[in-house]
Design a protein around this ligand. Structure first.
Ligand SMILES: *[C@@H]1O[C@H](CO)[C@@H](O)[C@H](O)[C@H]1NC(C)=O
Ligand SMILES: [Cu+2]
Length: 178
């Protein structure tokens, strides 16, 4: 018994020191200000090809909605506390498929006529850690409108994709680590 306890203690200490790999994380979405009825949950899972982001969003009007990682997690009062799209490399806003894009640029989610958006894709830039490029402890935000992915005619397109207000958000938290 003692040996097991010692082994467990050593494991947990070494785990702290190695900054263990985070295998999965999740975000629970809602509107802290209560202005919308949007709710949802997305899981972020490490795969060999990148991070898989999958889950479901409810109560969202039909069509495309920008869905991004934003910089901050101060969203107790409203999603506005999330700040801008997470952009550690200070590059223009774009499509998740673009070579040059912000880390937070995860494109659009698509809601059907019953207000449900099923989300499932793999992103090559998102990292599950708490470092300067990591998304853990930041927020995920759903926008009112479609993200034009930086293809719009105005300046705003290169920063927000003209996707309007924030209708739900949540903090990206660790689910499981090695
Ligand atoms: C996210 O992962 C948790 C833990 O494995 C699971 O209980 C939950 O159903 C998952 N949610 C979605 C939306 O896949
Ligand atoms: Cu955004």
């Amino acid at each position: 018994m003692f040996k097991i306890l010692v082994a467990a203690a050593i494991l947990s200490v070494s785990c702290h020191q190695c900054n263990c790999a985070i295998k999965s994380a999740h975000v629970k979405l809602r509107d802290p200000s209560g202005s919308t009825e949007v709710t949802g949950e997305l899981n972020f899972t490490q795969t060999a090809n990148g991070v898989r982001i999958h889950g479901i969003i409810h109560g969202i009007h039909e069509g495309l909605h920008g869905g991004h990682v934003h910089e901050n997690a101060k969203i107790e009062a409203s999603c506005a506390g999330a700040g801008g799209v997470f952009n550690p490399h200070k590059v223009p806003h774009g499509s998740p498929r673009d070579e040059i894009r912000t880390v937070g640029d995860l494109g659009n989610v698509i809601a059907d006529g019953s207000g449900v958006a099923v989300v499932d894709f793999i992103d090559r830039m998102v990292q599950l850690n708490t470092g300067v490029e990591g998304v853990i402890g930041r927020s995920y935000v759903i926008h009112e409108k479609e993200d034009d992915l930086g293809r719009g005619a105005n300046e705003e397109s290169k920063t927000t994709g003209n996707c309007g207000g924030l209708i739900a958000c949540g903090v990206i938290e660790v689910l499981e680590e090695d």
